[in-house]
Design a binder for this molecule. Structure first.
Ligand code: ATP
Ligand code: MG
Length: 287
């Protein structure tokens, strides 16, 4: 480990738990059911405005964008996932990567043009998986960007896989990985197109979910076809997978919030400890 990296990690540590990891879900950024309308400017504006606030309060932010409509559609078309990809599908794998990378770059361009230095980091170019698990990922690149005050923006991507040639590393799994290896993560926030984890009725959301209750929440959500709405265009497990990721992160002592990308100011409410669980967001907490 170099001295430079050590000092970067110390800077992150000395700020206490000041890193906020935000998944900007493809469901918030794009219309995943139809793919029409392009990238949602309203959601990006909310995020830009809240990022400005978070940074003024001294928080370091890591963003992870989801695949969105286009990347999920291509991944499905080319049969990508956790299984062997033969050479006839290599071009499809790369096209899927390009779609996810384009969405990430669009977000970065939008933020940079509004004075928020945000840099795309493409997992495809920097990660090696083995059997769908991360084998190599240069976390020091993320740390060094944070130390310099730049927002690293990763995204769900197709990656090289030692066993399967290529496989998908979902944005949700990247969030989990970051929460495992980054120092000083204060909380993790999933922005979606719904205001939290929906209850039976679909009109209400769960308020606080303790880790110990998560399995039964997943059961409830799935027993009424929880992911039906998204399985068509989500190749990485939709809401079920997200809940399991939240469980693993919360077990490390990091609270996980689910909120809507349409809700203006919701990131501020969360980091300021304001807002009401069950109304403004659902929170998964350790216990
Ligand atoms: N009980 C539920 N609570 C919350 N969302 C649900 C529920 N059941 C189904 N969903 C759907 O799951 C979606 C969230 O999962 P999905 O993986 O599609 O979103 P995402 O992570 O934002 O997208 P991406 O994977 O492209 O980043 C929401 O759009 C919502 O419509
Ligand atoms: Mg998803």
């Amino acid at each position: 480990m170099t001295m430079e990296l050590l000092s970067g990690m110390q800077v992150l540590q000395s700020g206490g738990s000041n890193v906020v990891v935000i998944k900007l879900g493809g469901s918030a950024l794009t219309d995943k059911s139809r793919g029409s309308g392009g990238v949602r400017a309203e959601v990006l504006e909310n995020v830009a405005s809240d990022l400005r606030y978070l940074r003024s309060r001294g928080f370091s932010v890591v963003l992870v964008t989801g695949g969105g409509y286009e990347a999920h559609k291509l991944a499905k078309e080319y049969g990508l996932g956790c299984k062997y990809v033969d050479s006839s599908r290599f071009s499809g794998a790369i096209l899927t990567h390009i779609a996810a990378a384009n969405l990430c770059e669009y977000v970065c361009k939008y933020l940079c043009e509004r004075g928020i230095a945000a840099s795309p980091l493409h997992p495809f170019s920097m990660t090696v998986l083995c059997g769908c698990n991360v084998e190599y990922f240069p976390i020091d690149v993320v740390e060094q960007l944070l130390v310099k005050g730049v927002v690293p923006v990763l995204h769900g991507d197709v990656c090289l896989d030692r066993e399967y040639n290529f496989s998908i590393l979902s944005g949700d799994d990247i969030v989990k990985y970051l929460c495992n290896v980054l120092l000083g993560v204060r909380c993790c926030i999933f922005l979606m197109d719904v205001p939290g984890i929906l209850r039976d009725s679909g009109d209400e959301i769960y308020s606080t979910i303790y880790v110990s209750e998560l399995d039964s929440v997943v059961h409830e959500v799935m027993s009424r076809g929880g992911t039906d709405k998204t399985t068509v265009v989500d190749v990485t497990g939709g809401i079920r997978k997200k809940l399991y990721v939240a469980r693993d992160i919360a077990r490390r002592g990091i609270p996980v919030y689910f909120a809507s990308g349409f809700r203006k100011g919701v990131l501020r409410l969360i980091v300021d400890g304001l807002g009401t669980a069950g109304k403004d967001f659902t929170v998964v907490i350790p216990q």
